[in-house]
Design a protein around this ligand. Structure first.
Ligand SMILES: [Zn+2]
Length: 63
C-alpha cells in the first residue's frame, strides 16, 4: 500500500519521505531518489499520510 522504504531527494536538502502517496515525494524524479533518510527529518506530508493510514487501517473500531 502506501508505505515504502524511506527515500529522499539526492540533490536537494530537506526531508525524507516514507510513502509513495506523498505528493512531495512524487515530484522527485526516480533517478534522483536515494534510499534511506539521508539524515533528514520526515516530511510533513508523509507524517500526515502515515498517520491517516494508521488511523484507517489500524486497530479498527476506535470510532
Ligand atoms: Zn513526503
Amino acid at each position: 500500500m502506501g508505505r515504502v522504504g524511506a527515500f529522499h531527494d539526492g540533490r536537494l536538502s530537506g526531508f525524507h519521505h516514507r510513502t509513495s502517496e506523498c505528493p512531495v515525494g512524487q515530484l522527485i524524479p526516480r533517478d534522483r531518489r536515494l534510499l534511506g533518510t539521508g539524515g533528514k527529518p520526515l516530511c510533513e506530508e508523509c507524517r500526515t499520510l502515515l498517520t491517516v493510514q494508521e488511523q484507517t487501517l489500524g486497530t479498527g473500531g476506535t470510532e
